[in-house]
Design a protein around this ligand. Structure first.
Ligand code: ZN
Length: 224
């Protein structure tokens, strides 16, 4: 930059006379401070970004393998406890107890939504629905092992006394395209995603066409 334009710039931004007297050094110092501020801002942003990704990764991991839990098929729990095999998601008309024991109003809404989703080419599959208390206890125990503590596990799996799956008032659906379809259209049938960290988990939470309530951050019950 030509030297003679610097005083103009300095006057325009209203630097102090003392600063102007020492304009060459002042400018360099100002530039250095500016660079430092930018660098520190970037560092903070990167650190925040990394920690955000780190804190989000359990969610992403859980998204790839929803709380319905692999390995459960080999345990003592079966269809009568609400198990749906990971490899065979159920249709909304399935006779499996996981579907048949859902709250009738939820099941009715889910079937209507499924019809519309199928027309849109996004058939809805149920990966988990009603669960027995014993099965929910098993899933919670597995989550404690996976996440290291009951407190951490509660963010992803509700305890048997709190789970809407045990009362038949919640469904986990797949695949991803159907989840996205339901996130957009579910409210038309009263179906809402209720946990921000579980895009597969839906409950009957509003009237058809109504507004879905604010999502809780996670199954631990924190409100976002
Ligand atoms: Zn769920």
């Amino acid at each position: 930059m030509p030297h003679n334009t610097s005083p103009l710039v300095i006057r325009r931004v209203g630097r102090s006379p003392r600063y102007r007297r020492n304009r060459a050094g002042g400018l360099r110092t100002g530039t250095m401070i500016g660079v430092l501020v930018v660098a520190v801002s970037f560092a903070v942003a990167i650190a925040l970004g990394v920690s955000w990704i780190a804190s989000d990764s359990p969610t992403v991991g859980a998204g790839a393998a929803p709380a319905s839990g692999s390995g459960v098929e080999s345990s003592v729990f079966g269809a009568d406890d609400g198990v749906i095999p990971d490899a065979e998601p159920a249709g909304v008309d399935s006779d499996l107890p996981a579907i048949a024991r859902l709250d009738p109003a939820l099941l009715d809404a889910l079937r209507q939504a499924s019809d519309a989703a199928s027309v849109d080419g996004q058939p809805i599959e149920v990966t988990s629905g009603w669960r027995s208390v014993a099965y929910q206890e098993e899933l919670f125990a597995e989550a404690v092992v996976t996440y290291g503590s009951e407190e951490a596990a509660r963010e992803f799996v509700s305890s048997p006394t709190q789970s809407k799956h045990v009362t038949g008032e919640a469904v986990d659906i797949g695949p991803l395209d159907a989840q996205l379809w339901l996130m957009e259209h579910g409210y038309e049938y009263g179906l809402c995603q209720t946990y921000a960290n579980e895009r597969w988990h839906f409950e009957l939470a509003t009237t058809p066409g109504g507004q879905c309530p604010d999502m809780r951050m996670d199954a631990a019950g924190d409100w976002s």
